[in-house]
Ligand binder design. Structure first.
Ligand SMILES: [Zn+2]
Length: 174
């Protein structure tokens, strides 16, 4: 549930606090039109509380299931990274940016769901392929490569057919 990602400000102690989240299909299911549907990512959150300022440092590491742009195979892509967001507690909030968020002093909790989702999505490479997978690269599916090479790449209909064949093939396997 979304409220599982609430951080109650009053419950934080001055100094260091931490929280851990597992990001899997239950996480992505909470998002309408999520770019990702399957994954297994550990998210560690270190929170430093000071007078008027909260520092949220997110560290994440794991895999997501995604489709290879080259051979269309589904593969487990390694992702990891970190991101820090500062929350400044003020009486009259100003416009926030990506890294500095102004929050009203009466705000009781910060929901980190969207921050985690955005951090993971922005860490994805523009081009995803089996062969570029950072720690466990593998060869693209040779049968699909052969099939794609024989198709007219410019033809949308063939691309869709390719995908349908692939989906049917996966359904048969399962
Ligand atoms: Zn591939």
């Amino acid at each position: 549930m979304l409220k599982d990602y609430n951080i109650e400000i009053a419950k934080l102690k001055t100094g260091h606090n931490e929280a851990n989240f597992i990001v899997d299909h239950n996480f992505f299911n909470l998002k309408a039109n999520s770019l990702i549907s399957e994954g297994n990512i550990n998210v560690h959150l270190d929170i430093i509380k000071k007078e008027g300022l909260l520092t949220f440092a997110f560290l994440f590491d794991g895999t997501i299931s995604t489709q290879c742009d080259v051979c269309l195979d589904t593969f487990e892509m390694q992702i990891n990274g970190k991101e820090t967001i500062f929350f400044k507690i003020v009486d009259t909030p100003k416009e926030s940016d990506d890294e500095l968020v102004y929050i009203d002093e009466n705000v009781l909790e910060i929901n980190v769901y969207d921050y985690i989702y955005d951090i993971i999505c922005t860490s994805l490479p523009i081009a995803k392929s089996c062969e570029k997978n950072s720690s466990t690269p593998k060869q693209c599916n040779p049968q699909m490569l052969k099939y794609i090479a024989n198709s007219d790449d410019e033809n949308e209909e063939i691309k869709i057919t390719t995908k349908t064949i692939k989906d049917n093939f996966n359904n048969l396997k399962n």
